[in-house]
Write a protein that binds this ligand. Structure first.
Ligand SMILES: [Fe+2]
Ligand SMILES: [Fe+2]
Length: 184
């Protein structure tokens, strides 16, 4: 029987360029990534410490990068649009402290569960209540739409570059290692 020639390459259409979105939308999408990681962490039992640790590492890296893009690109551009920016900066410091406490905790311990609960509440309070419910609607109402779309491009671009940057990845890994070294 004659075999049909194998198709070695599939002709695929080039992916469409991503639709341009406002900065607020890009940030909400990244909040969803953070929430997804948080959900997976909450679902992972103490009997899987390796997976818990890997997820905590991922949450650490994604949240740190989220803070970086907001602090470097978004917050400075929106400083005069909403008075909430100053408070948001200090909430980031609190989130970073809580993130450090989570990474330091032994994933087999009850302490990890407690730090995770506090982390969950702190993230929801900042990302959902303060940003998505208050700050972003205010910004969408008062900021120039073209500026928001341009900032959306910059945020997306910056996030992609941070994620693929070997230097950033190494820095985050070192930060995590240092936190665990100094854990009590
Ligand atoms: Fe934020
Ligand atoms: Fe945010």
């Amino acid at each position: 029987m004659r075999r049909r020639p194998q198709v070695l390459t599939e002709v695929r259409e080039a992916p469409a360029p991503p639709e341009r979105e406002k900065a607020t939308r890009v940030l909400v999408e990244h909040h969803e990534v953070l929430r997804g990681l948080m959900r997976r962490l909450l679902e992972t039992p103490r009997s899987e410490p390796g997976r818990r640790r890997a997820l905590a590492d991922e949450l650490f890296d994604e949240l740190r990068m989220h803070e970086m893009i907001e602090e470097d690109v978004f917050y400075p551009a929106m400083r005069d649009v909403t008075p909430g920016i100053a408070a948001a900066w200090s909430e980031h410091r609190q989130l970073s402290d809580q993130l450090a406490a989570l990474v330091r905790a032994d994933p087999r311990s009850g302490r990890f569960d407690r730090e995770l609960g506090v982390m969950h509440d702190a993230l929801e309070s900042h990302a959902h209540l303060d940003e998505e419910r208050q700050m972003f609607p205010e910004i969408e109402r008062f900021a120039d739409e073209d500026l928001l779309v341009e900032l959306g491009d910059r945020l997306r671009d910056r996030l992609a570059r941070l994620r693929s940057s070997r230097r950033t990845r190494t820095l985050l890994r070192l930060q995590r290692a240092l936190l665990r070294l100094t854990a009590r």
